[in-house]
Design a protein around this ligand. Sequence first.
Ligand SMILES: [Zn+2]
Length: 195
Amino acid sequence: MQAQKNWQNVVEMTAKNYTCGYSACGKDIGSEKGWFHQRNDNGAIDGLIQICPFCKRPTFFDLETGTQVPGVSLGNVVKNLPTEIETIWSEIRESTSHGAYSSAVLTGRKLLMHIGVAQGAKEGLSFLEYVNYLVDNHYAPPNSKEWVDKIRSHGNEANHEIVIKKKEDAEEIMTFLEMLLKFIYEFPARAGVKA
Ligand SMILES: [Zn+2]
């Protein structure tokens, strides 16, 4: 999309500030280009499509429902991830931009277990055992006890249970994951050490 600098028939609009919902961009921007939807019964403008000046991708605002598509994802881009992990991490982030927090939590747990095994934990342990392994092996900072305990408390759910997750639950596990990913993959790469 980067190369496509020019959408056709774009109109100048009142500047709108928002966070670009595409997870690879995610910039706080002001956009004054795009299109608007005007009702023909009362002339009210009830929809906007704004173009991000950085990544050139459009974001749709439904002014009646107050929704933004794509919405803003939780978490941040982490550099130097292996391809598979990068794909999963962006899927997790992407699902939060659609309000799919249960999916984000379930996939997040799976990724956390994968990281645990990659860092030397045995295969086939429970989610809780992987969290404990990573904490015991000093992958969590000393002041993180409170939210690690929250992640632990959710980890007691039985495998067959379906529990609907909220934004806060997704935030908890994603904060832990992002920190692990940075610590294991991004920082060593910056210092020139191979992960
Ligand atoms: Zn953008």
